[in-house]
Design a protein around this ligand. Structure first.
Ligand SMILES: Nc1ncnc2c1ncn2[C@@H]1O[C@H](COP(=O)(O)OP(=O)(O)OP(=O)(O)O)[C@@H](O)[C@H]1O
Ligand SMILES: [Mg+2]
Length: 508
C-alpha cells in the first residue's frame, strides 16, 4: 500500500476512534398513533403524543397528512394527496417536519401545486432551498412605509385607487364581475417592471386557471411569474395550503431586496375549504374553530405582505386578495373580515359590468388607504380632482335623468363627466404605461376630449395613445417625472392637439 494512503487511513481511523469515544448514544423517541376514522380527505388519529400543528405525519404505506387540529387525545389531519387509500387502524408516525415548499429563482415561469411539485410537465424543479409555508410576518420595526408605486396599468386604479409596493388591496365583487381580470391585468402590467408575480389559484376550475396562465404567457412577464395551483378537484388539504405556499415563494424575493406581487384568487373559496375541513373534522363551531378562526387565518396570511425597512434590503410583497360577494352583500362575514384586514378595496359592481362599464369599479365604494403616498407624482397631480369631479357628475346625471339640461354650464359638466367615464373603461389585457396614463389624463384634464363626439372617443383615445404617448418621454421628460415644467406640459398638449386635429381632418 502506498505510504500516503496508509497515512490517510491511519488518520481516518484515529478520528473515527475519537468520535466513537465521545459518542453519547441517546434514545430516539418515535411518536406513533393509529387512524381511528378516515374519509373525504381527512384522517383522525388517536394516541399520537405531542402532535405539532402543521406537522407532517406518515401513515402506513407512505401516505403523508398534515396535522391541522390537535385536541385532547385526538389529532385531526388532512391528506395531501388524492386517491391515498387510508384504512382505520393504520399505524401513523410523526415526522417532526412541518410543511415546506421549494423557493428560489428555479420556480419562476413554472406551474406548481401547493407543495411546489411541478404541474407543467417541464421536469423537476432544482430549488436552492425549502421554507416552511407558515412563516411569521415581519415585525413593525422591520417595516417601512409604503413609498413606491405598484402600477396596475388600469387607469381607474392607478389614477384613483393607487396601490403601493407592500400594500394589501382587496378585489371584491359578485360572481363574474371581472375580479380575476383586474388581478391578471395587474400581473400583465409588471412586464414593464421588475416585480416578481405569484398567482395563487384556490379551488378554481382548471380551465379558468389555464386561461390565466395563457394570458400571462401571451403578453405578461411569464418568466418572472410563479403559478401555485390547487384546483377545485384537488384534495381540500392542498387547496387549503395554496395561499401559504404562494406567500412563502413570494417572500423569498421580498427578503432579498426585490419586489413581489401575490394574487390570492380567491380567499372566499379558501374560507369554504377551511369550513369543509372543519366540518369533516367535526370541530364544533366557535371562536377557536370555524367561523371565528377564519379571521385569524387570513389576517396571518395578509400580514406577511410588507414593505421592508432599508436595513433589511427594502424589498416588498404586495398582496391582491380576491373575495367573492353574494348579491352585492359587501357586509357578509368573509368580505367584512377581509375589508378590515386589508388597506383598501376595489369594489366591482355588477350593474356597471352589465352596462358595459369594464373594469366595473365602483369608485365611490372603493378606497386605497396607503397607496396615495406612493402614486407617481405626475398622476397624483392630474388625478387630484378626478374623484370629486366624477362623483359630482354621477350625482348630477342622476338628478337630470328625466329632464333636459338647459343650463350650458351644467351641460358642459355632464359632457366632461361622460368623457371621464369613457376613459375609465379599458379593454382586458391592455395595461397602460404610466406615460400613457399621464398623457390620457392630461388630455382629459384640459378638456381635449370634451370637443369630441361620444361615438368617436375610442378613435381619439387610440390617436393619443399611438401618436402622442411614444413621443412623450422626449417632449416632456421632467414633467412626466413629476416636475412643474410648464413648457414641457404645453409641448405635450400641443402634440395632443395636433394628433386630434389630424384625426378630425382624416375623418372629414
Ligand atoms: N375590462 C374588461 N373588458 C372586457 N371584458 C372583461 C373585462 N374584464 C373582465 N371581462 C370579462 O368578463 C368575464 C368575467 O371576468 P372574470 O373571470 O375576471 O370575472 P370574475 O369576477 O373573476 O369571475 P368568477 O366569479 O368566475 O371568478 C370574462 O369573460 C372576462 O373576459
Ligand atoms: Mg375569477
Amino acid at each position: 500500500m502506498p505510504r500516503r494512503l496508509r497515512e490517510e487511513a491511519g488518520a481516518w481511523l484515529e478520528g473515527a476512534r475519537r468520535r466513537a469515544e465521545t459518542l453519547r448514544p441517546e434514545p430516539v423517541v418515535e411518536r406513533f398513533g393509529r387512524v381511528t376514522r378516515t374519509g373525504d380527505g381527512v384522517v383522525r388519529i388517536e394516541g399520537l403524543e405531542r402532535p405539532r400543528l402543521d406537522e407532517i405525519v406518515e401513515i402506513e404505506g407512505g401516505i403523508e397528512a398534515l396535522v391541522v387540529r390537535a385536541s385532547l387525545g385526538e389529532v385531526g389531519c388532512v391528506l395531501l394527496d388524492r386517491g391515498a387509500e387510508v384504512r382505520a387502524g393504520a399505524r401513523v408516525r410523526a415526522t417532526g417536519r412541518v410543511v415546506q415548499v421549494p423557493v428560489g429563482e428555479a420556480l419562476l415561469g413554472r406551474v406548481v401545486d401547493a407543495l411546489g411539485r411541478p404541474l407543467d410537465g417541464l421536469g423537476p424543479i432544482a430549488a436552492e432551498r425549502t421554507e416552511p409555508v407558515e412563516r411569521p410576518a415581519p415585525a413593525i420595526v422591520d417595516r417601512a412605509f409604503v413609498s413606491e408605486p405598484l402600477t396596475t396599468g388600469l387607469l381607474v386604479v392607478d389614477a384613483m385607487l393607487p396601490v403601493g409596493r407592500g400594500q394589501r388591496e382587496l378585489i371584491l365583487g359578485d360572481r363574474k364581475t371581472g375580479k380575476t381580470a383586474i388581478a391578471v391585468d395587474a400581473i400583465l402590467a409588471q412586464k414593464r417592471s421588475d416585480v416578481v408575480c405569484v398567482y395563487a389559484a384556490i379551488g378554481q376550475k382548471s380551465s379558468t386557471v389555464a386561461r390565466v396562465i395563457e394570458a400571462v404567457r401571451a403578453s405578461g412577464p411569464f418568466e418572472r411569474t410563479i403559478f401555485v395551483v390547487g384546483p377545485a378537484e384537488s384534495p381540500p388539504g392542498q387547496q387549503w395550503l395554496v395561499p401559504y405556499a404562494a406567500c412563502t415563494m413570494a417572500e423569498y424575493f421580498r427578503d432579498r431586496g426585490r419586489h413581489a406581487l401575490v394574487v390570492y384568487d380567491d380567499l372566499t373559496k379558501h374560507a369554504d375549504v377551511h369550513r369543509e375541513l372543519s366540518l369533516l373534522l367535526r370541530l364544533p363551531p366557535g371562536r377557536e374553530a370555524f367561523p371565528g378562526d377564519v379571521f385569524y387565518l387570513h389576517a396571518r396570511l395578509l400580514e406577511r405582505a410588507a414593505k421592508l425597512a432599508p436595513g433589511l434590503g427594502g424589498g416588498s410583497l404586495t398582496a391582491l386578495p380576491i373575495a367573492e360577494t353574494q348579491a352585492g352583500n359587501i357586509s357578509a362575514y368573509i368580505p367584512t373580515n377581509l375589508i378590515s384586514i386589508t388597506d383598501g378595496q376595489i369594489w366591482l359592481e355588477p350593474r356597471l359590468f352589465h352596462a358595459g362599464q369594464k373594469p366595473a369599479v365602483d369608485v365611490g365604494l372603493s378606497v386605497s388607504r396607503v397607496g396615495g403616498k406612493a402614486q407617481p407624482r405626475v398622476l397624483r397631480q392630474l388625478a387630484a380632482h378626478l374623484r370629486v369631479d366624477y362623483a359630482q357628475f354621477q350625482e348630477l346625471e342622476l338628478f337630470t335623468r328625466f329632464g333636459g339640461v338647459t343650463d350650458p354650464r351644467m351641460a358642459r359638466t355632464l359632457a366632461h363627466g361622460r368623457r371621464i367615464r369613457f376613459l375609465l373603461r379599458q379593454p382586458q389585457s391592455t395595461p397602460f404605461s404610466v406615460t400613457e396614463e399621464a398623457v390620457l389624463l392630461l388630455a382629459l384634464d384640459e378638456g381635449r376630449f370634451d370637443r369630441i363626439a361620444e361615438t368617436r372617443l375610442d378613435e381619439a383615445r387610440t390617436a393619443v395613445l399611438e401618436r402622442v404617448a411614444p413621443e412623450a418621454e422626449t417632449l416632456a421628460p421632467d414633467w412626466l417625472a413629476g416636475a412643474e415644467a410648464p413648457e414641457q406640459r404645453a409641448a405635450l398638449l400641443a402634440a395632443i392637439d395636433a394628433a386630434l386635429a389630424a384625426l378630425a381632418a382624416e375623418a372629414a
